[in-house]
Design a protein around this ligand. Structure first.
Ligand code: SF4
Ligand code: SF4
Length: 73
């Protein structure tokens, strides 16, 4: 399973919102919070990669990364 990570501090042009508008799942997977930051919702995201493909920055400000399993003690 993979989910996207957003590089908000450098290349993300937050007002472009292409990733959010093109995500096939919608706001259950990707949304913009009240502070204007892109938020990934692990439960809804399918890891399809559309958000990375449509991001206009080079390199992409939103990148699909493997989800590291969390093991309980
Ligand atoms: S990987 Fe796919 S489902 Fe997940 S946030 Fe990106 S576009 Fe949406
Ligand atoms: S598509 Fe890329 S630059 Fe645009 S809001 Fe999403 S992460 Fe930021």
């Amino acid at each position: 399973m993979s989910i996207p990570e957003v590089d908000e501090m450098s290349s993300c042009q937050r007002d472009c919102q292409a990733c959010v508008s093109q995500c096939p799942v919608g706001e259950d997977a990707l949304s913009i919070n009240d502070a204007g930051m892109i938020e990934v919702h692990e439960k809804g995201c399918t890891g399809c990669g559309v958000c990375q493909w449509v991001c206009p920055t080079t390199p992409a400000a939103i990148v699909i990364k493997p989800l590291v399993p969390k093991f309980s003690d």
